[in-house]
Design a protein around this ligand. Structure first.
Ligand code: F6P
Length: 377
């Protein structure tokens, strides 16, 4: 029997925050593993946590994936704070961090799993790499609306989130225009500006603020004034939740500590308040929040999820483990998890997309020449 035809038993889990398109991956894995190869497939509930529960790993059949392609979320459940090397548990009434990685590797061994497909963002995939080094046979699939996983052009969920951001900006245009207001829309993305940059461009934002380009408050006010001189009585800002001013820090709703993860949020309110005080123009803020993660995946995310899912199964058939599926141009290719996760992915502040936005007059808040022009003229 060639390795390609060897009968295998594989599992799939979805870790971290959910993202539209996860179900497309699960469906593709189940269908191609069963149909093309005749393998056994197991679903792991709630990220890595399922490995720790008696019924947390269960057989996935073709019936389980019927009708799930257009559904958001994940039929397996996810766990955003499920780091197997520092899992939050209650012991003697106190929250403590426990390393459960050994138990996970052991359970997979006991179940004779030939491979575990880990669908996750940066954090989940980093844990996958450490588990791989401990002996867990892993293949990764990158997903996150933040698009901040290195090694792939796009992650699953990003396209849908960009569309949600675009729709929101479109809707806000008409009301901002009618009331001559500044609308500051806060988009997710953690410490990367991909979502704000793509959503802002697609939604026609006048100002885009991203963590990769720290901004000056005075420049933002001057940009709004400049628009007013040009008879644009309203302005739309697309602001990444991780954006921050020169010499300042990102704004957190919750700082986080050893037991709780930090939560970004609130920069849009700070910006809106400053603009209103500095220009006298009514300024409102809106935090789009989890709307960006919910709902039916776009056609692009469904196709990408399907391609990643089937490719992950192909990689297992070829015994290629410790790798992640990646989109490079139009091709799906394997990338070593180690290589992909060796650095964080961010928007190139001098890249083509930022230049394109600047060419059409979008402000990023670093245009200090605006201030010189204003003071000299
Ligand atoms: O990583 C995805 C993401 O949606 C980020 O954009 C955001 O900062 C974070 O997750 C929110 O996480 P939670 O849903 O746990 O608050």
């Amino acid at each position: 029997m060639t390795t390609k035809n060897k009968k295998r038993r594989i599992a799939i889990l979805t870790g971290g925050g959910d993202a539209p398109g996860l179900n497309a991956v699960i469906r593709a894995v189940v269908r191609s593993a069963i149909w093309e190869h005749g393998w056994e497939v197991y679903g792991v509930r709630n990220g890595y946590d399922g490995f720790l529960e008696p019924d947390g790993v269960y057989p996935l059949t073709l019936e389980h994936v019927l009708g799930i392609l257009p559904r958001g979320g994940t039929i397996l459940g996810a766990a955003n704070r499920g780091d197997p090397f520092a899992r939050k548990e209650i012991r003697d009434g106190r929250e403590v961090l426990v390393d459960v990685s050994g138990k996970i590797v052991q359970r997979a061994k006991e179940m004779h799993l030939d491979a575990v497909i880990v669908v996750g963002g940066d954090g989940t995939l980093k844990a996958a790499l450490r588990l791989f080094d401990m002996g867990l046979p892993v293949v990764g699939v990158p997903k996150t609306i933040d698009n901040d996983v290195n090694g792939t052009d796009y992650t699953i969920g990003f396209d849908t989130a960009v569309q949600v951001a675009t729709d929101a900006l479109d809707r806000l245009h008409s009301t901002a225009e009618a009331h001559h207001r500044v609308m500051v829309v806060e988009l997710m993305g953690r410490h990367a500006g991909f979502l704000a940059l793509h959503g802002g461009l697609a939604g026609g934002a006048d100002v885009i603020l991203i963590p990769e380009i720290p901004f000056h408050f005075e420049v933002l006010a001057e940009a709004v004034r400049q628009r007013v001189y040009r008879r644009r009585q309203f302005s739309i800002f697309a602001v990444a939740e991780g954006a921050y001013p020169v010499g300042g820090q990102p704004v957190y709703r919750r700082k986080g500590d050893a037991l709780t993860a930090p939560r970004l949020g609130g920069i849009s309110e700070v910006v809106a308040r400053y603009i209103e005080e500095a220009t006298g123009i009514e300024s409102r803020f809106l935090i789009l929040g989890h709307l960006q993660r919910g709902g039916s995946p776009s056609a692009t995310d469904r196709v990408l999820g399907t391609r990643f899912g089937t490719f992950a199964v192909e990689l297992i058939a070829q015994d290629r483990l410790g790798v992640m599926t990646a989109l490079r141009g139009d091709a799906i290719v394997p990338v070593s998890l180690k290589e992909a996760l060796s650095q964080h992915r961010n928007v190139d502040p001098n890249g083509q997309l930022v230049r394109t936005a600047r060419q059409i007059g979008v402000y990023f808040g670093d245009e200090t020449w605006l201030l010189q022009e204003a003071s000299s003229g």
